[in-house]
Design a protein around this ligand. Structure first.
Ligand SMILES: Nc1ncnc2c1ncn2[C@@H]1O[C@H](COP(=O)(O)OP(=O)(O)OP(=O)(O)O)[C@@H](O)[C@H]1O
Ligand SMILES: [Mg+2]
Length: 343
């Protein structure tokens, strides 16, 4: 029996039984005194029963009904379905517990979605960055096969760079494996104290060779103390730099291409500037280039492949180092990307 109809039957009995007794006793009451008192009593009982029924119906049965509807909606996945607090003034604990459950489920759902999005983003970022060393390796191997590496020293340099590029790829794949095994919510960074000058000297060695093979003039200026140290994740910073340089190469349109790499320091920061004399970026595109999947109309209309995520990776890596990245550009003249990393 349902709770509503059960209660209704009880209230009917409360009203009907005294009424029957009243009628029955009136038949035997000769004085009429008992009849008056019984009538008053039965009327009071009936009124109380009706008032109680209405109260229980409105304050308990209707809210329970609403709770049942809400539970069904939540079970069907509608976690935004909210109860009206005013309906539960007599049973506030039910409303509070239900709301707590709904909010917790909603938070869990959002967190799950966020970590799924983060996983998707990580996989697409790594796939994107794997392309860069692969393209370079293919270039060097072709260089060796075509005899561009004319001396044994050159061949050794090429092979060394291929070796370094495969190391870059290994760390990217390790990152992917680490993520899939540990299933962490956020990508973990491996911060360590790095001697900045040594790091950049090493980084540009490969870069110099790489740009030389594609006939881009490269200038490296470093004005940093030997002992300057910052906390960073070397592999991630390399990824960011690779993305900036690969843009400088990809969007180059000059007969005499140039890329300049400058690293300087102030009392509390390291500044890195990478500039090119490529085709530059339109004023209207410049504020958006760090957004994920943003590509200027010019980029989209050319055959230069790309998904528009390179600079969003740069931004993420630099911001995770609590640094900042900006770009200035003049269409037709060139682009400069500046990074500041706090000491
Ligand atoms: N050095 C540059 N010179 C000219 N345009 C640039 C330069 N760097 C970035 N851009 C512009 O900014 C856009 C976004 O760059 P981003 O690296 O994020 O994506 P992408 O290079 O188009 O694709 P992806 O890096 O995913 O292969 C580019 O499409 C291009 O229009
Ligand atoms: Mg790019």
């Amino acid at each position: 029996m349902k709770i509503g109809s059960g209660l209704f039957s009880i209230f009917c009995l409360i009203i009907i039984i005294p009424s029957i007794l009243l009628i029955y006793s009136m038949n035997y009451d000769t004085t009429g005194n008992i009849g008056i008192w019984l009538t008053i009593l039965v009327t009071i009982i009936d009124i109380v029963a009706v008032v109680m029924w209405v109260w229980i119906y409105k304050r308990i049965l209707v809210p329970l009904d609403k709770l049942q509807i809400a539970t069904k909606r939540i079970a069907d996945g509608d976690l935004d379905y909210q109860l009206d607090e005013r309906d539960f003034s007599e049973i506030p604990f039910l409303y509070n517990d239900f709301e707590r459950m709904r909010i917790k489920l909603k938070e869990d759902e959002e967190e799950k979605k966020l970590s799924e999005d983060a996983a998707k983003e990580l996989v697409s970022n790594i796939s994107h960055d794997l392309k860069t060393p692969l393209t370079a390796i293919r270039g060097y191997v072709e260089g060796i096969l075509d005899g561009v590496a004319s001396s044994p020293q050159k061949t050794r340099d090429y092979l060394n760079t291929i070796y370094n590029k495969t190391n870059d790829m290994t760390s990217l794949i390790d990152e992917l494996l680490y993520y899939s095994q540990v299933a962490e919510k956020h990508m973990s960074y491996k911060y360590e104290k790095i001697y900045v000058k040594e790091f950049f000297d090493e980084y540009v060695k490969d870069l110099y060779l790489e740009l030389e093979t594609i006939k881009i003039k490269f200038e490296y200026i470093v004005d940093i103390g030997r002992n300057t140290v910052i906390d960073m994740d070397k592999e991630q910073i390399k990824r960011a730099l690779n993305n900036i340089v690969s843009n400088a190469v990809k969007y180059m349109d000059k007969e005499e291409p140039e890329i300049h790499f400058r690293v300087t320091e102030t009392s509390d920061a390291i500044n890195i500037q990478i500039s090119d004399n490529g085709r530059g970026i339109d004023e209207k595109d410049l504020p958006h280039i760090f957004e994920r999947f943003y590509r200027s109309d010019v980029s989209r209309n050319t055959k230069l492949g790309g998904s528009g995520i390179g600079l969003s990776i740069v931004k993420k890596v630099i911001e995770n180092h609590e640094g900042s990245v900006v770009a200035v550009s003049k269409p037709g003249v060139g682009t400069e990307v500046g990074i500041e990393l706090k000491k």
